[in-house]
Design a protein around this ligand. Structure first.
Ligand code: 3EB
Length: 331
């Protein structure tokens, strides 16, 4: 009965208009003062600090100085607030929620991730926008530790524990990247909606939640992409040179970039968006070695001229991977 009611409701509601995601210069206060601003992100140690719950200073340095802001905007009034450590904003059927936890207060990446996801789950569950579509995770020293004790793998354990059965119907699209910030903070933020999206997997890749045991006790909990409940918008998870479940082209930046683009093209084709990226499709490239940044920028500019790209210094969760790309594809 409850399900029948939900279906009727879903049919009555027209597709949502996706939030616009842009990179731009200027101050965060201006962006926050604009109508419909759901979230604003600054990048790196030089970015401003702001009290507004819609603002997060991400612990990843941008290779362009001064780095731009990332701004999410909806065509509706936005209300915002804080619930414990979670900061949130909602409007037009969309919800932003974010949390930043210091590991020294929680005891390592596993307990911190668990706590972060429990808190987020609580806040999301209390709103009508309970369908989590996309999550970003930034973790200090992600590759430190050996085998099952590697910090990324501990994070994966804690994330799964904190998620509980909230994602029993399927995981959101996600990114998990290592930062070099001064403080050992875990930053997690998400986009949710009052309507569900559609998960998209990459036929060239084993789904992450089915990765074999060699990658850790708890396979990573994410979908490769999520088609938003808005026409022709795809949220793309962190994508790297993984084929099947194996990393390819260790130590070869150019070959990893080429493989990553084959994965991105395959994802778009699988989602029925074969026309590809356009100039409204903001991407992020996470680059492990600062010396590689210029080459990454050139490669992407050649493949996707005119597409906005934010180049960030970040560590990919597998040591042999040099670069990872995520972002959006808009109609
Ligand atoms: C991979 O394909 C690369 O743990 O949330 C990409 C996107 C990766 C998200 C995550 C990890 C995550 O397995 C790593």
């Amino acid at each position: 009965m409850a399900e029948a009611c939900e279906n009727t409701l879903a049919e009555a509601v027209p597709p949502r208009r996706a939030p616009r995601v842009t990179y731009r210069g200027g101050g965060a206060a201006w962006a926050l003062a604009e109508a419909g601003t759901l979230a604003v992100f600054g990048f790196g140690a030089g970015a401003q600090e702001m009290e507004d719950p819609r603002y997060l200073r991400i612990e990843l340095e941008c290779f362009d100085a001064p780095g731009p802001l990332e701004v999410w905007q909806v065509d509706a009034p936005v209300e915002h607030g804080c619930d414990g450590a979670v900061r949130w904003a909602r409007g037009g059927g969309w919800l932003f929620a974010g949390i930043e936890l210091d590991e020294s207060d929680h005891g390592g990446p596993r307990a911190t991730a668990r706590h972060a996801y429990e808190e987020l789950r609580c806040v999301v569950g209390a709103h009508a926008e309970r369908h989590v579509l996309r999550v970003w995770n930034y973790l200090a020293a992600i590759n430190q530790g050996e085998d099952d004790a590697e910090r990324y793998k501990l994070f994966c354990d804690g994330r799964a524990a904190g998620m509980g059965d909230f994602f029993a119907d399927g995981f959101p699209a996600a990114t998990a990247i290592g930062h070099h910030g001064a403080r050992p903070v875990l930053q997690v933020y998400l986009l949710a909606c009052d309507q569900p999206g559609e998960r998209v997997e990459n036929p060239r890749q084993v789904s992450a939640w089915r990765y074999p045991r060699q990658y850790g006790r708890t396979p990573p909990s994410f979908a490769r992409a999520m088609a938003l409940p808005a026409a022709d918008v795809l949220a793309i998870s962190g994508t790297a040179a993984v084929v099947g479940h194996a990393s390819t082209h260790a130590d070869d930046l150019h070959a990893q970039l080429a493989e990553t683009f084959t994965n991105l093209d395959t994802l778009l084709a699988t989602a029925g968006m074969a026309e590809g990226f356009d100039t409204h499709s903001p991407l992020k490239a996470y680059v492990r070695h600062p010396a590689d940044a210029a080459q990454v920028r050139e490669f992407i500019a050649r493949r996707l001229p005119g597409v906005p790209v934010l180049l960030l210094h970040g560590d990919i969760c597998r040591r042999e991977l040099l670069v990872e790309i995520d972002g959006w594809r808009y109609a």
